[in-house]
Design a protein around this ligand. Structure first.
Ligand code: 4NP
Length: 161
């Protein structure tokens, strides 16, 4: 059974699709695409069905040469059963995710993405939506760091279990 990761932000058009696509890129490079699967979702319904934000896609292409794929969807309760780990981009997202699990049964599956950063000290991936180009570039830098740490974590802790 592959290990399944779900990346979650507010709109599922900027941060979480970037995390999903960057992680898939690292997983492909590591030859682990049969072992680790990724998806992303938003806590809100604002952008359901929309492709990734063009500004976010432009930053991913400029910095990494990665084209962002996917369509926005909203997180649902069944995601707690379907995924092994749920990565929240910020604390609001974290709280929104836990609100879908009132018993707290799957609390341990939910983590803040920046926990896995080794180069950056920010604790949250800032929402770039209402800001300028620098904010989108910062999202990419943070997510590359976090995704590298997360891949290490998953390969060390889970695949050897
Ligand atoms: P994301 O960014 O949560 O990283 O996808 C946002 C996208 C849309 C909105 C806010 C943040 N919005 O308010 O519509």
């Amino acid at each position: 059974m592959p290990y399944k990761l779900l990346f979650v932000c507010l709109g599922n058009i900027c941060r979480s699709p970037s995390a999903e696509n960057i992680m898939n890129h690292l997983i492909d490079q590591a030859g682990l695409s049969e072992s680790i699967l990724c998806d992303s979702a938003g806590t809100s319904s604002y952008h359901i069905g929309s492709p990734p934000d063009q500004r976010m896609n432009a930053a991913a292409i400029a910095k990494l040469g990665i084209q962002l794929c996917g369509r926005a969807r909203q997180i649902e309760k069944s995601d707690f059963q379907d995924f092994d780990m749920i990565l929240a981009m910020d604390r609001d997202n974290y709280d929104g995710i836990l609100a879908l699990d009132p018993t707290g049964k799957d609390h341990d599956k939910v983590r803040l993405m920046c926990e896995f950063c080794t180069q950056h000290t920010l604790k949250e991936v800032p929402d770039p939506y209402y800001g300028g180009v620098e904010g989108f570039n910062q999202v990419i830098d943070l997510l590359v760091d976090a995704c590298e740490g997360l891949l290490q974590h998953v390969t060390n802790q889970q695949l050897r279990a």
